[in-house]
Design a protein around this ligand. Structure first.
Ligand code: NAP
Length: 525
């Protein structure tokens, strides 16, 4: 038991180091699900000295950015929710985008985060000051802030992949990426081309096909599609899930399914029972849906092992492809004319509107945020095209810097990962206060051993032999976590202190001015 005198001394030491509040000043980049999780964990730990900067005019992250028709989550709603906010009246098994955005807004208000969020301001770069143990953070409004701890919560599907097809700029009609859907265009009497058949496109195709004149769907390589089973909750379901026990049971059911599938990486490795079962489910689904259209069945059957790419969860895409007004073009797009799209065989399809469902740049981590570490090198210089981090969060040479959903953390149970990562960062801050240290950094030996282990775990997965967005240009898989959420939780809980070193700034005080007030009022989209 620590004596009162000792506690008082520690408190004095923390306020001497971090200012009157005695807590480190924190900047969080991004007010999506990650930034909000970080804010909640900080507040719960008594750290009020933080600001969340969000580049968009509204919080919500990916659920603000992606507002395309049919947009909804792939994970069951009662699992795709924070552990601290389970009580919510979800209207569907898999919530749609507007409902998810409302959920995030509600969390922000309930948890008192609104006053910590500055909207419409991006964090462009952060430079570590080794003499003072602080980051100098450059914002898009031209100002510079300082903080002791920097948390990146920018997500990893936040930089769209725009194609560089010849002629694209000369296309006469509306053209836009799914990340910025242009709702002002009335599509009902239009011929529309959608390029790509990933998770985003398959949702859009099913949503818009009934209401437009003609839809061309360009597919370079088909994905494995798992029937999603999404549905509106009945009145009975809604009443049931108002009660805590059925809600918790539903969450456990969804969580257990994912844990079992990920146990010993079974879902990702061809040759296992779990992998074979899921591939059979996909095959059975496509054969049943397309029994009367052997041409389509052949075109959408993948020729690489399950799952290879990120599996698609969708119930309605195959049915939409069979519509009279829909044509699947099973070829890549290679160029664009002012009035049409040209495929890899040189055939041109006349269209009025072009939708780019061409995905993102997931391996280009922190594309919009340049972080410079202790030795003057940026993260991107250190990574040299192969992003890596300890548990996806920390990198040697970058003290007090934490990434949420960083390298090799994709594929698990997203929200629980974001919460565990936030808690990990907060525990490091509590340590700073407790021990009177001003810099915490992962040990290089731990970082190297961990990344060797992660890469060994990629062996035998279908990812290695397939085309997907998980691989850096060098071929190394830099996005995926190959296990379940439980193992990740265990590692983040036990490894923080063991894996890092702590130092105290010599001489100079690191006390900083208070956190910035929000400049732009938040509005729900
Ligand atoms: P994506 O999975 O990367 O799909 C991009 C698509 O564009 C692919 O089909 C790709 O073909 C195709 N493509 C690229 N260039 C092409 C060309 N020249 N010609 C024809 N096709 C071309 O991107 P996304 O669909 O936006 O999904 C990204 C991720 O977002 C998903 O994997 C998922 O993690 C997440 N997401 C989640 C949800 C949800 O939770 N509900 C919904 C949507 C998205 P190749 O396959 O040949 O590369």
């Amino acid at each position: 038991m620590r004596g009162a005198k000792q506690m008082q001394q520690m408190r004095k030491s923390a306020s001497e180091l971090f200012g009157p509040a005695g807590t480190p000043k924190v900047i969080v980049v991004g007010a999506g699900l990650g930034g909000v999780a970080a804010g909640v964990k900080l507040k719960k730990a008594g750290i009020e000295t933080f600001t969340i900067f969000e580049r968009s005019p509204s919080p919500g992250g990916t659920w603000w950015d992606n507002q395309y028709p049919g947009c909804e989550v792939d994970v069951g709603s009662y699992l795709y929710s924070y552990s601290f906010k389970q009580r919510y009246r979800w209207t569907r098994s898999h919530a749609k985008q507007p409902e998810l955005l409302r959920y995030i807004e509600e969390v922000i208000d309930e948890q008192g985060l609104r006053d910590h969020i500055v909207l419409g301001t991006s964090v462009e770069s952060a430079i570590w000051d080794e003499a003072r143990h602080i980051y100098r953070v450059h914002l898009s409004d031209g100002t510079v802030e300082e903080c002791h701890v920097l948390i990146s919560a920018v997500g990893f599907l936040n930089t769209p992949r725009y194609p560089d097809w010849p002629g694209l700029d000369d296309f006469k009609g509306p053209k836009f990426h799914t990340f910025r859907w242009e709702h002002e265009h009335d599509l009902h009497d239009k011929r529309v081309a959608i390029v790509g058949t990933g998770s985003t496109s398959t949702q859009i195709v099913a949503a818009i096909a009934p209401d437009i004149e003609k839809l061309f769907v360009f597919q370079r390589e088909p994905g494995w599609i798992i029937p999603k089973g999404d549905h509106d909750f009945t009145e009975e379901d809604l009443a049931k899930f108002q009660r805590a026990v059925p809600r918790r049971r539903e969450r456990i059911r969804l969580y257990t399914w994912l844990e079992m599938a990920n146990f010993r990486r079974a879902i990702h490795c061809p040759g296992t029972k779990v992998n074979a079962n899921l591939e059979n489910i996909c095959r059975g689904f496509m054969e049943a849906e397309l029994a009367d259209r052997p041409d389509l069945l052949e075109a959408v059957t993948p020729n690489y092992p399950f799952p290879g790419k990120r599996p698609i969860f969708n119930q309605t895409f195959y049915a939409a492809l069979k519509r009279d007004n829909v044509t699947l073009v099973p070829r890549a797009v290679t160029s664009v004319t002012p009035t049409g799209i040209v495929d890899a065989e040189g055939d041109e399809y006349p269209v009025d509107v072009l939708v780019l469902a061409t995905g993102f740049q997931p391996t280009n981590y922190l594309a919009s945020l340049e972080v410079t570490g202790r030795d003057g090198r940026t993260l991107h210089e250190v990574w040299r095209g192969e992003p890596e981090a300890f548990l996806g969060m920390t990198v040697p040479g970058f003290p007090n810097f934490f990434m949420l959903y960083g390298p090799n953390t994709n594929g698990g149970e997203i929200i629980s990962f974001l919460e565990h990562q936030s808690s990990y960062a907060v525990r490091a801050m509590k340590r700073m206060q407790r021990e009177g240290v001003t810099a915490i950094e992962v040990r290089p030996s731990v970082f190297r051993a961990y990344n060797r282990w992660i890469q060994r775990n990629m062996r035998g997965t279908a990812w290695v032999v397939s085309n997907n967005y998980y691989k850096a240009a060098t071929g190394k898989i830099v996005t995926q976590w190959p296990h379940g959420a439980l193992l990740y939780q265990f590692l983040t809980n036990v490894s923080g202190r063991l894996s890092s070193t702590a130092r105290r700034a010599v001489g100079a005080t690191t006390s900083l001015p208070p956190a910035r007030e929000p400049a732009v009022p938040s509005t729900a989209a």
